[in-house]
Design a protein around this ligand. Structure first.
Ligand SMILES: Nc1nc2c(ncn2[C@@H]2O[C@H](COP(=O)(O)OP(=O)(O)OP(=O)(O)O)[C@@H](O)[C@H]2O)c(=O)[nH]1
Ligand SMILES: [Mg+2]
Length: 343
Protein backbone atom coordinates (compact mmCIF):
# COMPACT_ATOMS: atom_id res chain seq x y z
CA UNK A 1 0.00 0.00 0.00
CA UNK A 2 1.28 3.49 -0.87
CA UNK A 3 2.24 5.70 2.05
CA UNK A 4 -0.27 8.39 2.86
CA UNK A 5 0.67 12.06 2.82
CA UNK A 6 -1.10 15.02 4.42
CA UNK A 7 -0.29 18.72 4.19
CA UNK A 8 -1.32 21.12 6.94
CA UNK A 9 -1.43 24.86 6.23
CA UNK A 10 -2.07 27.04 9.31
CA UNK A 11 -3.75 30.26 8.21
CA UNK A 12 -4.94 33.47 9.76
CA UNK A 13 -6.06 36.09 7.24
CA UNK A 14 -4.09 34.76 4.27
CA UNK A 15 -6.59 35.31 1.43
CA UNK A 16 -3.85 36.91 -0.70
CA UNK A 17 -1.60 33.84 -0.72
CA UNK A 18 -3.33 30.68 0.48
CA UNK A 19 -4.90 29.85 -2.91
CA UNK A 20 -1.49 29.66 -4.60
CA UNK A 21 0.02 27.64 -1.72
CA UNK A 22 -2.75 25.03 -1.94
CA UNK A 23 -2.52 24.80 -5.74
CA UNK A 24 1.29 24.43 -5.63
CA UNK A 25 1.01 21.68 -2.99
CA UNK A 26 -1.58 19.77 -5.00
CA UNK A 27 0.56 20.05 -8.11
CA UNK A 28 3.68 18.83 -6.31
CA UNK A 29 1.94 16.06 -4.31
CA UNK A 30 -1.23 15.01 -6.20
CA UNK A 31 -1.80 12.07 -3.87
CA UNK A 32 -1.73 14.24 -0.71
CA UNK A 33 -4.70 15.58 1.22
CA UNK A 34 -4.31 19.34 1.86
CA UNK A 35 -5.83 20.76 5.04
CA UNK A 36 -6.07 24.46 5.76
CA UNK A 37 -6.35 25.04 9.50
CA UNK A 38 -7.95 28.39 10.02
CA UNK A 39 -8.94 30.28 13.08
CA UNK A 40 -10.53 33.63 13.49
CA UNK A 41 -9.81 34.78 9.93
CA UNK A 42 -11.86 37.83 9.09
CA UNK A 43 -11.11 37.82 5.36
CA UNK A 44 -11.90 35.31 2.58
CA UNK A 45 -9.20 32.79 3.59
CA UNK A 46 -11.69 29.93 4.05
CA UNK A 47 -13.45 30.48 0.73
CA UNK A 48 -10.20 30.89 -1.23
CA UNK A 49 -8.71 27.73 0.34
CA UNK A 50 -11.81 25.67 -0.50
CA UNK A 51 -11.87 26.94 -4.08
CA UNK A 52 -8.22 25.85 -4.45
CA UNK A 53 -9.14 22.31 -3.33
CA UNK A 54 -8.22 22.22 0.38
CA UNK A 55 -10.22 20.73 3.25
CA UNK A 56 -10.75 23.58 5.71
CA UNK A 57 -10.77 22.86 9.42
CA UNK A 58 -11.41 25.32 12.20
CA UNK A 59 -9.63 25.59 15.51
CA UNK A 60 -11.31 27.66 18.18
CA UNK A 61 -8.18 28.68 20.13
CA UNK A 62 -6.11 31.24 18.29
CA UNK A 63 -2.39 30.82 17.68
CA UNK A 64 -0.22 28.78 15.33
CA UNK A 65 0.86 26.44 18.16
CA UNK A 66 -2.75 25.65 19.05
CA UNK A 67 -3.49 24.87 15.40
CA UNK A 68 -0.48 22.56 15.09
CA UNK A 69 -1.45 20.69 18.27
CA UNK A 70 -4.95 20.13 16.88
CA UNK A 71 -3.70 19.05 13.46
CA UNK A 72 -1.15 16.62 14.92
CA UNK A 73 -3.88 15.03 17.01
CA UNK A 74 -6.49 14.77 14.23
CA UNK A 75 -4.61 14.08 11.02
CA UNK A 76 -3.46 10.55 10.31
CA UNK A 77 -0.78 10.04 7.64
CA UNK A 78 2.60 8.39 7.08
CA UNK A 79 4.10 11.79 6.23
CA UNK A 80 2.71 15.07 7.51
CA UNK A 81 3.95 18.26 5.87
CA UNK A 82 3.44 21.71 7.36
CA UNK A 83 3.88 24.97 5.46
CA UNK A 84 2.84 28.57 6.03
CA UNK A 85 -0.10 29.93 4.07
CA UNK A 86 1.69 33.18 3.20
CA UNK A 87 3.57 31.77 0.16
CA UNK A 88 6.99 32.69 1.54
CA UNK A 89 8.17 29.07 1.24
CA UNK A 90 8.37 27.36 -2.12
CA UNK A 91 5.52 24.81 -1.98
CA UNK A 92 6.60 23.26 -5.29
CA UNK A 93 9.62 21.73 -3.45
CA UNK A 94 7.27 19.62 -1.28
CA UNK A 95 8.03 16.43 -3.25
CA UNK A 96 11.78 16.73 -2.51
CA UNK A 97 11.15 16.97 1.23
CA UNK A 98 8.69 14.06 1.34
CA UNK A 99 10.88 11.79 -0.83
CA UNK A 100 13.87 12.46 1.43
CA UNK A 101 11.80 11.62 4.53
CA UNK A 102 10.90 8.20 3.13
CA UNK A 103 14.34 7.52 1.68
CA UNK A 104 16.21 8.34 4.90
CA UNK A 105 14.17 7.14 6.54
CA UNK A 106 14.02 10.30 8.63
CA UNK A 107 11.58 11.42 11.28
CA UNK A 108 11.87 15.05 10.28
CA UNK A 109 12.98 16.91 7.15
CA UNK A 110 13.31 20.67 7.51
CA UNK A 111 13.24 23.21 4.69
CA UNK A 112 16.17 25.41 5.80
CA UNK A 113 15.67 28.92 4.45
CA UNK A 114 18.16 30.54 2.09
CA UNK A 115 17.16 34.13 1.51
CA UNK A 116 16.98 34.92 -2.19
CA UNK A 117 14.86 38.06 -1.88
CA UNK A 118 16.21 41.06 0.02
CA UNK A 119 13.44 41.94 2.41
CA UNK A 120 12.05 38.42 2.83
CA UNK A 121 13.17 38.61 6.44
CA UNK A 122 11.90 41.60 8.39
CA UNK A 123 14.53 43.81 10.00
CA UNK A 124 16.39 41.92 12.72
CA UNK A 125 14.60 38.59 12.13
CA UNK A 126 17.57 36.99 10.34
CA UNK A 127 19.88 38.00 13.20
CA UNK A 128 17.32 36.89 15.81
CA UNK A 129 16.97 33.52 14.08
CA UNK A 130 20.75 33.10 13.99
CA UNK A 131 21.10 33.96 17.69
CA UNK A 132 18.28 31.62 18.76
CA UNK A 133 19.52 28.84 16.47
CA UNK A 134 23.03 29.31 17.94
CA UNK A 135 21.62 29.01 21.49
CA UNK A 136 19.81 25.79 20.58
CA UNK A 137 22.89 24.38 18.84
CA UNK A 138 25.11 24.97 21.83
CA UNK A 139 22.56 23.58 24.30
CA UNK A 140 21.12 20.64 22.39
CA UNK A 141 23.38 19.72 19.46
CA UNK A 142 24.80 20.97 16.22
CA UNK A 143 22.50 19.43 13.66
CA UNK A 144 20.37 22.44 12.85
CA UNK A 145 20.85 25.62 10.82
CA UNK A 146 17.31 27.06 10.75
CA UNK A 147 15.41 26.09 13.85
CA UNK A 148 12.50 28.46 13.20
CA UNK A 149 11.59 27.17 9.75
CA UNK A 150 7.85 26.58 9.30
CA UNK A 151 8.35 24.23 6.31
CA UNK A 152 8.81 20.65 7.54
CA UNK A 153 7.77 17.05 6.95
CA UNK A 154 7.34 14.60 9.83
CA UNK A 155 7.03 10.86 10.12
CA UNK A 156 3.99 9.38 11.84
CA UNK A 157 6.30 8.46 14.74
CA UNK A 158 7.29 12.09 15.26
CA UNK A 159 3.73 13.42 15.00
CA UNK A 160 2.29 10.99 17.50
CA UNK A 161 5.13 11.37 20.01
CA UNK A 162 5.40 15.16 19.88
CA UNK A 163 4.23 16.81 23.13
CA UNK A 164 2.84 19.98 21.55
CA UNK A 165 2.60 22.56 24.32
CA UNK A 166 3.22 25.82 22.43
CA UNK A 167 0.36 28.17 21.72
CA UNK A 168 1.89 30.48 19.19
CA UNK A 169 5.15 30.86 17.29
CA UNK A 170 7.21 28.85 19.81
CA UNK A 171 5.93 25.69 18.13
CA UNK A 172 8.87 25.37 15.67
CA UNK A 173 11.35 25.72 18.56
CA UNK A 174 9.63 22.85 20.36
CA UNK A 175 9.79 20.69 17.24
CA UNK A 176 13.51 21.34 16.78
CA UNK A 177 14.38 20.63 20.42
CA UNK A 178 12.15 17.55 20.54
CA UNK A 179 14.05 16.08 17.57
CA UNK A 180 17.47 17.00 18.97
CA UNK A 181 16.70 15.76 22.45
CA UNK A 182 15.36 12.38 21.33
CA UNK A 183 18.06 12.21 18.64
CA UNK A 184 15.40 11.63 15.99
CA UNK A 185 16.94 11.29 12.53
CA UNK A 186 16.59 14.69 10.89
CA UNK A 187 17.68 16.15 7.56
CA UNK A 188 17.66 19.64 6.10
CA UNK A 189 16.91 20.68 2.54
CA UNK A 190 17.92 24.20 1.46
CA UNK A 191 14.90 26.07 0.14
CA UNK A 192 14.33 29.61 -1.10
CA UNK A 193 12.64 32.09 1.18
CA UNK A 194 10.84 34.96 -0.52
CA UNK A 195 8.72 37.98 0.29
CA UNK A 196 5.02 37.48 0.97
CA UNK A 197 2.69 38.67 -1.83
CA UNK A 198 1.14 42.15 -1.64
CA UNK A 199 -1.88 42.24 0.64
CA UNK A 200 -0.50 39.67 3.10
CA UNK A 201 0.56 40.71 6.57
CA UNK A 202 2.94 39.08 9.05
CA UNK A 203 1.45 37.95 12.36
CA UNK A 204 4.82 37.59 14.03
CA UNK A 205 5.51 40.28 16.66
CA UNK A 206 9.25 40.60 16.79
CA UNK A 207 9.94 41.27 20.49
CA UNK A 208 6.96 39.53 22.06
CA UNK A 209 7.36 36.34 20.02
CA UNK A 210 11.18 36.48 20.19
CA UNK A 211 10.92 36.63 23.99
CA UNK A 212 8.45 33.71 24.06
CA UNK A 213 10.79 31.62 21.89
CA UNK A 214 13.75 32.42 24.17
CA UNK A 215 11.71 31.41 27.21
CA UNK A 216 10.83 28.08 25.59
CA UNK A 217 14.54 27.44 24.90
CA UNK A 218 15.49 28.25 28.52
CA UNK A 219 12.60 26.26 29.93
CA UNK A 220 13.41 23.19 27.82
CA UNK A 221 17.12 23.57 28.63
CA UNK A 222 16.29 23.56 32.36
CA UNK A 223 14.24 20.40 31.94
CA UNK A 224 16.40 18.53 29.43
CA UNK A 225 19.92 19.64 30.51
CA UNK A 226 19.48 20.40 34.24
CA UNK A 227 23.09 19.72 35.30
CA UNK A 228 24.49 21.98 32.57
CA UNK A 229 22.07 24.83 33.35
CA UNK A 230 22.63 24.68 37.12
CA UNK A 231 26.41 24.43 36.72
CA UNK A 232 26.39 27.58 34.58
CA UNK A 233 24.21 29.46 37.11
CA UNK A 234 26.41 28.34 40.03
CA UNK A 235 29.56 29.30 38.10
CA UNK A 236 28.26 32.81 37.41
CA UNK A 237 27.27 33.31 41.06
CA UNK A 238 30.66 32.01 42.26
CA UNK A 239 32.45 34.43 39.93
CA UNK A 240 30.38 37.38 41.18
CA UNK A 241 31.03 36.49 44.81
CA UNK A 242 34.80 36.19 44.21
CA UNK A 243 34.82 39.60 42.50
CA UNK A 244 32.90 41.17 45.39
CA UNK A 245 35.24 39.54 47.92
CA UNK A 246 38.54 40.68 46.36
CA UNK A 247 38.77 43.96 48.35
CA UNK A 248 38.17 42.16 51.63
CA UNK A 249 40.85 39.57 50.89
CA UNK A 250 43.27 42.30 49.78
CA UNK A 251 42.57 44.22 53.01
CA UNK A 252 43.20 41.09 55.04
CA UNK A 253 46.50 40.40 53.30
CA UNK A 254 47.63 44.02 53.81
CA UNK A 255 46.56 44.57 57.40
CA UNK A 256 46.12 41.14 58.89
CA UNK A 257 42.50 41.86 59.70
CA UNK A 258 39.49 41.81 57.46
CA UNK A 259 37.52 44.41 59.37
CA UNK A 260 38.05 48.08 58.50
CA UNK A 261 38.55 50.54 61.37
CA UNK A 262 35.31 51.92 62.80
CA UNK A 263 35.77 55.39 61.29
CA UNK A 264 35.21 53.83 57.90
CA UNK A 265 38.64 54.07 56.24
CA UNK A 266 41.52 51.66 56.18
CA UNK A 267 44.05 52.68 58.82
CA UNK A 268 46.79 54.90 57.43
CA UNK A 269 49.64 54.18 59.76
CA UNK A 270 51.92 57.08 58.84
CA UNK A 271 49.17 59.65 59.15
CA UNK A 272 47.77 58.30 62.44
CA UNK A 273 51.22 57.87 63.96
CA UNK A 274 52.32 61.38 63.02
CA UNK A 275 49.27 62.80 64.71
CA UNK A 276 49.87 60.77 67.82
CA UNK A 277 53.55 61.85 68.06
CA UNK A 278 56.56 59.63 67.79
CA UNK A 279 56.67 58.63 71.43
CA UNK A 280 53.17 58.30 72.71
CA UNK A 281 53.18 57.12 76.34
CA UNK A 282 56.86 58.06 76.95
CA UNK A 283 57.90 60.51 79.59
CA UNK A 284 58.36 63.94 77.92
CA UNK A 285 62.02 63.92 78.97
CA UNK A 286 62.68 60.63 77.19
CA UNK A 287 60.61 61.66 74.20
CA UNK A 288 62.53 64.90 73.93
CA UNK A 289 65.83 63.02 74.10
CA UNK A 290 64.67 60.64 71.35
CA UNK A 291 63.67 63.58 69.17
CA UNK A 292 67.00 65.33 69.78
CA UNK A 293 68.99 62.15 69.18
CA UNK A 294 70.71 62.32 72.64
CA UNK A 295 70.99 59.79 75.44
CA UNK A 296 67.76 59.91 77.49
CA UNK A 297 69.75 59.10 80.66
CA UNK A 298 71.72 62.36 80.36
CA UNK A 299 68.84 64.54 79.30
CA UNK A 300 68.08 67.49 81.58
CA UNK A 301 65.08 67.15 83.77
CA UNK A 302 62.19 68.97 82.22
CA UNK A 303 59.17 70.09 84.13
CA UNK A 304 55.99 68.79 82.72
CA UNK A 305 53.04 66.59 83.33
CA UNK A 306 53.61 62.91 83.67
CA UNK A 307 51.96 60.95 80.83
CA UNK A 308 48.66 59.43 81.71
CA UNK A 309 48.75 55.66 82.08
CA UNK A 310 47.20 53.76 79.20
CA UNK A 311 43.53 52.99 79.87
CA UNK A 312 43.07 49.54 81.29
CA UNK A 313 41.00 47.06 79.32
CA UNK A 314 37.95 46.19 81.34
CA UNK A 315 37.76 42.57 82.37
CA UNK A 316 34.83 40.20 82.54
CA UNK A 317 31.73 39.86 80.40
CA UNK A 318 30.89 43.53 80.10
CA UNK A 319 33.67 44.71 77.86
CA UNK A 320 32.40 47.50 75.63
CA UNK A 321 32.50 46.32 71.99
CA UNK A 322 32.05 48.46 68.90
CA UNK A 323 28.76 50.35 69.15
CA UNK A 324 25.91 49.90 66.62
CA UNK A 325 26.98 53.08 64.83
CA UNK A 326 30.54 51.76 64.45
CA UNK A 327 29.25 48.47 63.13
CA UNK A 328 26.97 50.23 60.61
CA UNK A 329 29.83 52.38 59.35
CA UNK A 330 32.03 49.31 59.08
CA UNK A 331 29.44 47.49 56.98
CA UNK A 332 28.89 50.46 54.67
CA UNK A 333 32.59 50.89 54.12
CA UNK A 334 33.01 47.16 53.34
CA UNK A 335 30.27 47.44 50.71
CA UNK A 336 31.82 50.65 49.36
CA UNK A 337 35.21 49.01 49.01
CA UNK A 338 33.71 46.01 47.22
CA UNK A 339 31.78 48.18 44.74
CA UNK A 340 34.85 50.37 44.11
CA UNK A 341 36.93 47.28 43.37
CA UNK A 342 34.30 45.82 40.97
CA UNK A 343 34.20 49.12 39.06
N1 LIG B 1 -4.64 29.28 12.18
C1 LIG B 1 -3.76 30.22 12.54
N2 LIG B 1 -2.70 30.44 11.79
C2 LIG B 1 -1.84 31.40 12.15
C3 LIG B 1 -2.01 32.16 13.33
N3 LIG B 1 -0.99 33.01 13.43
C4 LIG B 1 -0.22 32.81 12.33
N4 LIG B 1 -0.74 31.84 11.57
C5 LIG B 1 -0.23 31.32 10.32
O1 LIG B 1 1.08 30.83 10.54
C6 LIG B 1 1.88 31.06 9.38
C7 LIG B 1 3.09 31.83 9.82
O2 LIG B 1 2.75 33.13 10.24
P1 LIG B 1 3.59 34.40 9.78
O3 LIG B 1 2.87 35.62 10.21
O4 LIG B 1 3.90 34.27 8.33
O5 LIG B 1 4.88 34.23 10.64
P2 LIG B 1 6.35 33.96 10.19
O6 LIG B 1 6.36 33.20 8.89
O7 LIG B 1 7.05 33.34 11.32
O8 LIG B 1 6.89 35.44 10.00
P3 LIG B 1 7.27 36.23 8.67
O9 LIG B 1 8.73 35.94 8.44
O10 LIG B 1 6.99 37.64 8.98
O11 LIG B 1 6.41 35.68 7.56
C8 LIG B 1 1.02 31.84 8.40
O12 LIG B 1 0.47 30.95 7.48
C9 LIG B 1 -0.07 32.42 9.29
O13 LIG B 1 -1.27 32.64 8.59
C10 LIG B 1 -3.15 31.89 14.13
O14 LIG B 1 -3.40 32.48 15.16
N5 LIG B 1 -3.99 30.91 13.69
MG1 LIG C 1 5.63 33.70 7.14
Amino acid sequence: MDPTIACVVPCHNEEAAVGKVVRDLRAALPEAVVYVYDNASTDRTVAVAREAGAIVRQETRKGKGNVIRRAFADVDADALLIIDGDDTYDASRARDLVDLLFEGPYDQVVGARRVTDDGAYRTGHAVGNRVLTGAVRSLFGNDVTDMLSGYRVFSRRFVKSFPALAREFETETEMTIHALHLRLPTAEVPIDYRVRPAGGESKLRTYRDGWRILRVILDLARRERPSLVHTVIAGVLALVSVLLGIPVIAEFVRTGTGAPPPHGHPRRRDHDDRRAGPARGLHPRVAHAHAAGTDPARAPLLPGPRPLPAPRRPRGRHRPGPGPEDRRRGRLSLLGNSLRAVR
